[in-house]
Design a protein around this ligand. Sequence first.
Ligand code: 3HC
Length: 330
Amino acid sequence: MYAQQVETGTKAIKSLAEMGPEERAFQEKIDAEIKIEPKNWMPDNYRKTLIRQISQHAHSEIVGMLPEGNWVTRAPTLKRKLQLMAKIQDEAGHGLYLYSAMETLGADRDEEIEKLHSGRAKYSSIFNYPTLNWADMGAVGWLVDGAAIVNQVPLQRTSYGPYSRAMIRVCKEESFHQRQGYEILLHMMRHGTQAQKDMVQDAINRLWWPSLMMFGPSDAESPNSAQSMAWKIKRHTNDELRQRFIDQTIPQLELLGCTVPDPDLKWNEERGHYDFGEIQWEEFYEVLKGNGPCNRERLETRRNAIQDGAWVREAAVAHANKKQKQQAAA
Ligand code: 3HC
């Protein structure tokens, strides 16, 4: 789908000799691992790429609250309810850090959120899949947050300062998310009935491939990767991180006593990695086009939330304005 753009994207990367003085000085800072800060000069496309990626990252955090929010009232124990609520609140916080990091680039939060609600901005494809039972809460925590950690840990070293600092905070909280998810599954596999063990395997079967798609298209199909790597926005390619996630997850899967729905998965001693089957990219691109199982429901829920919450925002602004007037008059 993106092959043409990949070629264009790769060709667009200039050598230092082809750059003007400002751009060369900028690239030399990047190459010297000096963080780019909001007030520094930066190429327009660097700014645009960061607004694109950070806004979509923030949207993913906010929309990512929905599949789990569905299960707060149906958590099996008070402890599980508290864990799930804490995780969902963390995700909201991650979204706010990321929208704030995005705003340091001059982007307008309301405009970017409007793009999400009108279907013009992306969020992670994984959140367009349904969560059908409690085992899904474990699989989402273990696989989805596990994949997010693999993707986000290198982003702690991204070249843009505010994004890098937001990621350091996010990653600390993600580790709890992944651990609590895995513990839910381990508990079900060790103490559950056969039906509950089957629920765990079914959740993994449904979420395994969509979790691999979270890392984005293959490198050959990724129009943004080459430039993002040159600017050290990305530290690893999509395929490298996908492979890293698989390599670290399979041993955990074996400890659960479960399998993945991939007959081609096997350890390759020579490569030092797991070989795995072909990802169904047409499914991935259909979800990106808005044709996933839950795309419409997710966007409608977000639009309703914004409308239902308007009175809270208006009251908060009115209160802040009143306080400001009182302070000015004092
Ligand atoms: N879902 C939706 N869109 C995706 C996608 C996915 N899983 N993977 C790629 N895309 C989109 C890209 O946004 C791009 O479209 P755009 O140009 O219109 O923005 C297109 O597909 C081509 O992909 P590229 O690989 O060329 O794009 P990137 O270089 O931006 O790489 C990415 C994609 C790896 C997702 C990168 O943007 C990234 O690392 N983003 C930051 C991390 C992030 O957003 N993670 C999402 C999960 S957050 C999360 O899970 C919350 C956790 O708490 C559970």
